[in-house]
Design a protein around this ligand. Structure first.
Ligand code: NAD
Length: 433
């Protein structure tokens, strides 16, 4: 454990040294603006240091001895871990899942998303340079439906740590449940999936704060964060004022290439994503009222920030994860209804509330069904250990990344009880008495 933790800390130091190069790769390969790429590199570094500390804590085990009996509770690795990562946090999420698997003693295969293969190759370089022994870690780029699926179904894999879409996550969960010929264990699946995150703005909210926070949460990294806000539920008394200001704030965003320092909203990941988001926008135009569709450069995979208003809570664009810069504003008559609307999807990942009413804040903490609730602040940008991250319902299965229960999923707990009330030791045959 000491050696493994040392390797993680060394990897973190190398990431610090290579921060600018890594920022540049994130900017170029997946189109993230530099300030957000930089935050992502910080998150990857935090994961390495935090999981090293956590493993040292867990390695102490639990001992409960009584007279005549010792009890030892300790952990062992599960076996071979398969990490399948998404492109939207190509560095932080891939590093987090991979180093968690390694520090707990599992041999690990990393299958990154096709669109972030170079960044994952940089992670592999760093892990090798930090001292991961040969054969313990493998970088396996390839197509998810072919290479990823083959490994998910392989009888030698013990654990799958997946982050990505609901569709693929559910598929992996089902595939992994089948016991393959020769397989002598059940596979453990950790699946972090999508969201349809809402921010509630009540009548007591500070609108300056709410507008800026909702715009940042919705359009940061072009809406391609699992934590991004895609619905804003606004109470009637402030609805019209909020919509007007939200639309104007959206209009002011600079949309362009991410290597231009003035850009706030970059392109989406690829042509397929662009076409899918545009289809949702067309559907939105058919089922609700367009408030604004910002212009975007015609060359490249751009989609201008788009806002719909007076959206009906069950509309497609209010229910399905779009994973792009599209926001649905929904009106609520009162706070009960706002909570009902916010909870009215299959997902439970992040949520937000802008309010200066203590009763609303307390009720949201208890009743808003999300893994991570943010009050009077943006709903993206969770920090390792300070805001352990992850959802439930169809947003995922497993314990929060960057939290105190995370590493336990990569370990097998064991227990040994010994009766030490013996009447001397048995003689060994043939030994001198
Ligand atoms: P995706 O599901 O398309 O791909 C994720 C990974 O799965 C990739 O590495 C892909 O190659 C692989 N894959 C695809 N098909 C596979 C199969 N049949 N078998 C095995 N592996 C397969 O997701 P994406 O587009 O890369 O990422 C975006 C999604 O990820 C969004 O839904 C977003 O909400 C979600 N996400 C969730 C979190 C979270 O913490 N909850 C964080 C980031 C992203």
């Amino acid at each position: 454990v000491r050696e493994r933790c040392g390797i993680l800390r060394k990897a973190a130091d190398i990431m610090e040294e290579r921060r600018h190069e890594l920022n540049a790769w994130i900017c170029l390969e997946v189109g993230k603006i530099i300030p957000q790429a930089d935050a992502e590199v910080s998150e990857a570094i935090d994961f390495c240091r935090y999981y090293a500390d956590e493993m040292e804590r867990l390695d102490q085990g639990v001992n409960l001895d009584i007279p005549g009996e010792t009890n030892r509770y300790f952990y062992q690795p599960r076996g071979i871990a398969l990490v399948i990562s998404p492109w939207n946090f190509p560095m932080a999420i891939a590093v987090g899942m991979t180093v968690a698997a390694l520090v707990t003693g599992n041999c690990t295969l990393l299958k990154p998303a096709e669109t972030s293969t170079v960044i994952a190759a940089k992670i592999a370089e760093i892990l090798i340079a930090a001292g991961v022994p040969p054969g313990v870690f493998q970088y396996v780029p390839g197509k998810g439906s072919v290479v990823g699926s083959h490994m998910v179904n392989h009888p030698d894999v013990h654990l799958i740590a997946f982050t990505g879409s609901r569709e693929v996550g559910c598929r992996i969960y089902a595939d992994a449940a089948l016991v393959q010929p020769g397989q002598r264990h059940l596979k453990r699946v950790i699946a972090e999936m999508g969201g349809k995150n809402a921010i509630i703005v009540d009548e007591s909210a500070d609108l300056d704060q709410a507008v800026a926070g909702a715009v940042y949460s919705a359009f940061g990294y072009t809406g391609q964060k699992c934590s991004a806000c895609s619905r804003v539920v606004v109470l009637s008394p402030v609805h019209d004022a909020f919509v007007e200001r939200f639309v104007e704030a959206t209009r002011s965003l600079n949309v362009g290439p991410t290597d231009d320092p003035s850009t706030q909203v970059g392109p989406v990941i690829d042509a397929k994503a662009q076409a899918r988001i545009q289809e949702y926008i067309e559907q939105g135009k058919a089922e609700c009222e367009l408030a604004i569709a910002c212009d975007a450069p015609s060359e490249g995979y751009f989609v201008g920030p788009t806002v719909f208003k007076n959206v009906e809570r069950h509309a497609t664009i209010a229910q399905e994860e779009i994973f792009g810069p599209v926001v649905a504003i929904i009106r609520a008559a009162n706070f009960d209804e706002a909570l009902e609307i916010a909870n009215g999807t299959d997902y439970a990942l992040t949520g937000g509330l802008y309010s200066r009413t203590p009763d609303h804040i307390n009720r949201a903490a208890a009743e808003f069904e999300v893994g991570n609730l943010y009050i009077n602040r943006t709903i993206t940008g969770a920090i390792v250990s300070r805001q352990p991250f992850g959802g439930f319902k169809m947003s995922g299965v497993g314990s929060k990344a960057g939290g105190p229960d995370y590493l336990l999923q990569f370990l097998e707990p064991r227990h040994v009880t010994e009766n030490i009330q013996r009447q001397g030791f048995a003689p060994i045959e043939g030994a001198d008495q």
